[in-house]
Design a protein around this ligand. Structure first.
Ligand code: ZN
Length: 295
């Protein structure tokens, strides 16, 4: 499952990516993390990125795309990924499209997390970051995470929470303006490609996660390998068109969202190992049990 989460600052992309990563066993690919890691390791891309950041410049798109490309080549990304923090504008979305096409890993879905403007401002101003490990907490949305018992993996002491300068209320408005101007156009871009799902991202974190999973599993994706593999059939083969036969059955349930049948195309393009990929692709009902069975 290859996914982009779209949402304004404070919409909960980071939190939901983490949860999705655990539920679907696919890595969260955060461009911020990639940049920090590359800088820390001192790779060539990392050195270039550091130069730009030290000079107060934006890191060039090609550089970020290079990091994404490297990351997606790692084995754990074969079953899919969640892109977090990229793309942020049309040019990046188009470049990403081209990159994923050459990698034969096109996106399956783009989920837009919708949150009311006032709520965004409140959430961002409640955000605290650990100065040591970089983990983000929120005073308002996840107060239980702030327990003193939670120790920082870096220092072994409680997390050292600070408010990042750009999480101040004064700068929030500006960040939201930039989002509206630069990133919001991506909603139409992905809608036109039949990839967009929109969910209401207000309310309890668990509830939002549930909506997110529903949106993803209503993608017209076949149920599990078991529904397709007959006796002796190890699994469906993309060439045999198993996915294609399966799609209309799901379509009846999930209404019009399936009309483009992107899943079938994607599956044909990605010639991974069907047996290993199967658990993550299970339908809504069987997913949890399939996951447990795998362990
Ligand atoms: Zn920490």
């Amino acid at each position: 499952m290859r996914i982009v989460l779209l949402g304004a600052p404070g919409s909960g992309k980071g939190t939901q990516s983490q949860r999705l990563m655990q539920a679907e066993h696919i890595p969260q690919v955060s461009t911020g993390d990639l940049l920090r890691a590359a800088v820390a390791r001192g790779t060539e891309l990392g050195r270039k990125a550091k130069e730009a950041m030290d000079g107060g410049r934006l890191v060039a798109d090609e550089l970020v795309l290079g990091l994404i490309r490297e990351r997606l080549a790692e084995p754990d990304a074969r079953r899919g990924f969640i892109l977090d923090g990229f793309p942020r504008n049309l040019a990046q979305a188009q470049a990403l499209d081209r990159l994923l096409a050459t990698l034969r890993q096109p996106l399956d879905a783009v989920v837009q997390l919708e949150v009311d403007y006032g709520e965004l401002v409140r959430r961002i101003s409640g955000r605290r970051t650990c100065a040591d490990c970089g983990r983000v907490f929120n005073l308002f949305t996840c107060p239980e995470q702030l327990s003193e018992n939670q120790l920082c993996p870096r220092t072994g002491a409680p997390h050292r929470l600070i408010q990042r300068p750009d999480d101040n209320e004064a700068t929030v408005t500006e960040r939201l303006r930039v989002y509206d101007e630069q990133t919001r156009p991506l909603i139409e871009f992905y809608r036109a490609r039949g990839l967009l799902r929109t969910i209401n991202a207000e309310g309890e974190v668990d509830e939002v996660t549930r909506r997110l999973e529903q949106a993803l599993h209503a993608m017209g994706r076949p149920k599990a390998a078991k529904s397709v593999s007959g006796p002796g059939g190890k699994s469906r083969s993309p060439r045999r068109g198993g996915a294609r036969q399966e799609a209309p059955r799901r379509a009846a349930k999930s209404a019009s969202s399936v009309r483009r049948k992107p899943a079938a195309t994607n599956r044909a393009a990605s010639k991974g190992k069907p047996a290993r990929r199967a658990p993550g692709r299970t339908g809504t009902g069987g997913r949890r049990s399939a996951r447990r069975a795998r362990r």
